[in-house]
Design a protein around this ligand. Structure first.
Ligand code: BGP
Length: 491
């Protein structure tokens, strides 16, 4: 009745939210470095009318917490040991592309950056944790965006392939599980970070860089990313036949439920799922460009043409597994506009869900939605699945005894993990559960420290102060018990 043998238990973070050291050892700025949170609409960029280019111009009145983050760059050894204390047999983080190719378009890599990850992966191996490594977690070098327009430019494919081949070669034998682009299906919601795309030729309103990005540029970025993904699978297998290359989707939108049985809501739900996740997952997992996109392109007034050669490549090099994040479900009602936050789509509240995460974020909690998502994805793609993000952000403070009683987090993981087990019993091939944010990091969406996900607390606050001291929370012990028993304590 327990979880499969070799099930991956662990946690996940990303370089840009954890490492800090944003300009250390040769690294140059990346797209998230000029934002306070990826949902922000005002990047620290200024248009230079003489050169007709965007340049980095940070807002002196803002605190860019990610620049120092929780200093993982210098503290990862002690942190990984704390993770091992919970029994982790796997750990997900990303390589910050700009540590390896600071501007992205160099031909030779930066040895200091390569060495940093060499040491980190060695440390994971020593601790017997399987590295699960994201190649791009919102960390495209800024220069590639301001100079080339980002992924709408086919030159990005060349720069990307140079980067991925470099790391595949360097970390051969150390890393086996690779994820290509984090939550890449977010690219129409947050194009500047997820699609790393920016219109740089005569932008409509240079004071609003993100708002000036054209639909055509976004769809060109989609095109180039789909091709690059296939080429990455090909290169990954060529360099090391042991490599498992997966894509990474935000899958909360799979659990979009029709608000009622009005056929228009049923069709609307289908459309929302296609436009929010399947449009990309179908390309990566089925090796096709889905025909429903023709209508989407027509509505957007864009032209997207894949060559025969590209179509053959996409067909041939589908991913080995599908990894995803799941935080919440939503409902679809044709009469209510869909909104978006980092967790996915938000529409009408679901009256059947009893739990809600505490405010200010207050996400609806739907553990059965994770079981549903696993089943839908497995039925559609028949690929091994890996949960690489699931968790709850809470505003937490130490009590008088210096402790954190995060009962809600304990409840959250218990219920979700039970549903993972149920999905496995349903017949789903799920290979791992990697909790998002096992140590407090800077929030992706809002760029703050206050939204904490960790089993380990980090003393740092929204205004930037803090000792960076680490402390375990109550959930640390519970996750440890769950892992030690391979899930049996819950069943
Ligand atoms: C996903 C991202 C993570 C992350 C998580 C939680 O979108 O891949 O980077 O942080 O969501 O989101 P947030 O930090 O905004 O609460």
């Amino acid at each position: 009745m327990s979880f499969p043998k070799n099930f991956l238990w662990g946690g996940a973070i990303a370089a840009n939210q954890y490492e800090g050291a944003w300009l250390t050892d040769g690294k140059q700025p990346n797209v998230t470095d000029v934002l306070v949170g990826i949902m922000a609409k005002d990047p620290g960029l200024a248009w230079n009318p003489e050169t007709k280019k965007y340049e980095m111009k940070l807002n002196p009145d803002k605190v860019y917490l990610s620049h120092d983050a929780v200093d993982g760059y210098h503290r990862y050894r002690e942190d990984l040991k704390m993770m091992k204390g919970m029994g982790f047999n796997s750990f997900r983080t990303s390589i910050s592309w700009g540590r390896i190719f600071p501007n992205g378009d160099e031909t030779e890599p930066n040895e200091a950056g390569l060495k940093f990850y060499d040491d980190m992966f060695d440390c994971m191996r020593e601790l017997e944790m399987e590295p699960v490594i994201t190649l791009s977690h919102y960390e495209t070098p800024l220069h590639l965006v301001t100079e080339y327009g980002g992924w709408s430019n086919p030159k990005l494919i060349g720069f990307w392939m140079n980067y991925v081949k470099t790391v595949f070669t360097r970390y051969k034998g150390k890393v086996r599980y690779w994820l290509t682009f984090n939550e890449v299906n977010n690219m129409f919601r947050i194009p500047f970070v997820s699609g790393a795309v920016l219109t740089i030729d005569n932008p409509a309103d240079p004071s609003d860089p993100i708002g000036s990005t054209t639909e055509q540029d976004k769809w060109d970025a989609f095109h180039n990313i789909v091709v690059a993904n296939a080429m990455t699978v090909e290169a990954g297998h060529e360099i090391d036949a042991e490599n498992q290359i997966g894509c990474m989707m935000t899958a909360s939108s799979v659990a979009t439920y029709p608000y009622n049985c009005d056929p228009e809501n049923i069709l609307g739900t289908l459309d929302a799922q296609r436009r929010n996740i399947f449009y990309m997952a179908d390309c990566f997992c089925l090796g096709i460009i889905p025909t429903y996109l023709n209508k989407v392109w027509k509505e957007a007034g864009v032209t997207v043409t894949f060559t025969e050669e590209e179509l053959a490549l996409i067909k041939k090099y589908t991913v080995d597994f599908l990894s995803f994040s799941y935080y919440r479900s939503t409902t679809f009602d044709k009469d209510v506009n869909l909104k978006v936050d980092t967790s996915g789509l938000v529409c009408r509240d679901n009256p059947y869900l009893k739990d809600q995460a505490p405010k200010p974020w207050g996400w609806a909690v739907d553990p059965a939605g994770l079981r549903y998502t696993l089943n839908v994805l497995y039925d559609r793609y028949h690929l091994p699945l890996m949960i690489v993000e699931n968790g709850v952000g809470l505003d937490e403070n130490l009590d008088e005894e210096g402790k954190i009683h995060d009962d809600f987090r304990v409840h959250y993981i218990e219920e979700h993990i039970k549903n993972v087990h149920a999905a496995i019993e349903d017949g789903v091939d799920c290979r791992g559960y990697l909790y998002w944010g096992p140590i407090d990091v800077v929030s992706a969406g809002t760029g703050e420290m206050k939204k904490r996900y960790g089993f380990v607390y980090v003393d740092r606050f929204n205004d930037g102060h803090g000792t960076l001291e680490r402390k375990t929370k109550e959930s640390y012990n519970r996750y440890k018990e769950i892992i030690e028993s391979n899930g049996e304590v819950l069943l």
